[in-house]
Write a protein that binds this ligand. Structure first.
Ligand SMILES: *[C@@H]1O[C@H](CO)[C@@H](O)[C@H](O)[C@H]1NC(C)=O
Length: 261
């Protein structure tokens, strides 16, 4: 699916550039970014247990499908949580610790690497603005470089997220306040806007809470819930009907076949 989709996107973009002479913003089409220089470190150990419960709110990354191919982003990249779920190809460059036969590895942003102002940005404060930095789960880092290097220069580019299955909605809150963590987002991987619709309400705009979570202050208990989601990067909006049944409950995760590609 993915290669076909990408080549279709490429053809369409080429076509559009031919017509109007500059790269267009076409809703629904995600283009990989240019390869850009940054640096990478790692956190946690080989079990990646320290990467669970990160600043995106994905909780247990094994249960929720992200595994150990994840990274914490410096705040410059994290964009107040709007970068949660975005995907990056990362390759180690210009260091003897690089595994030269590994073209790149792909990670999903699941956490924030916060600044530490008591360390200089070129000596430990790797995640201080304006640095673009990836603090990778150790197993992900070990795919591109010898971990003993500690920090390596990398080239990275944003790529579409290839996800198996549809969007996953993890519910918190109560019958009057719904907090939803959106997971397994394909395509751009990110979300700019969400709406919820109860079986007895219209579409209700949700506000960004933290990480990859959105909330609605509305009486939704006892109603089947549908969701509308807009991609931050592509601005495409998709609708997932009847994601949760009328007896939905906080603490449960609901899924839909619908996803971005
Ligand atoms: C920030 O850096 C200082 C100096 O290295 C260190 O003692 C401190 O633990 C760091 N803070 C955090 C939150 O990591």
């Amino acid at each position: 699916m993915a290669p076909i989709h990408q080549s279709c996107s490429f053809l369409l973009i080429t076509f559009m550039i031919t017509i109007i002479g500059k790269p267009p913003l076409v809703a629904g089409i995600f283009r990989p970014s240019q390869w850009t220089l940054a640096h990478a470190t790692f956190y946690g150990d080989e079990t990646a247990s320290a990467t669970m419960g990160g600043a995106c709110g994905y909780g247990n990354l094994f249960l929720n499908g992200y595994g150990t191919d994840t990274a914490a982003l410096s705040s410059t990249l994290f964009n107040n949580g709007y970068a949660c779920g975005t995907c990056y190809q990362i390759k180690c460059v210009q260091a003897s610790a690089c595994y030269g036969n590994v073209p790149y590895t792909t990670v999903t942003a699941t956490n924030l690497c916060p600044p530490n102002w008591s360390e200089a940005s070129d000596n430990g404060g790797w995640c201080n603005p304006p640095r673009t930095h990836f603090d990778m789960a150790k197993p992900a880092f070990m795919k591109i470089a010898q971990w003993k290097a500690g920090i390596v220069p990398v080239m990275y580019r944003r790529v579409p997220c290839v996800r198996r299955g549809g969007l996953r909605f993890s519910f918190q809150g109560n019958g009057y306040w719904l907090l939803v963590y959106l997971m397994n987002v394909g395509g751009g991987g990110d979300v700019s806007k969400m709406w919820v619709k109860g079986s007895r309400t219209g579409w209700i705009s949700m506000s960004h809470n933290w990480g990859a979570s959105y909330q609605a202050f509305a009486t939704l208990r006892g109603q089947a819930l549908s969701f509308r989601v807009t991609s931050y990067t592509t601005r495409e909006t998709i609708t997932a009907w009847n994601v949760a049944p009328a007896n939905w409950a906080a603490g449960l995760t609901y899924s839909t076949p619908v996803n971005f590609h």
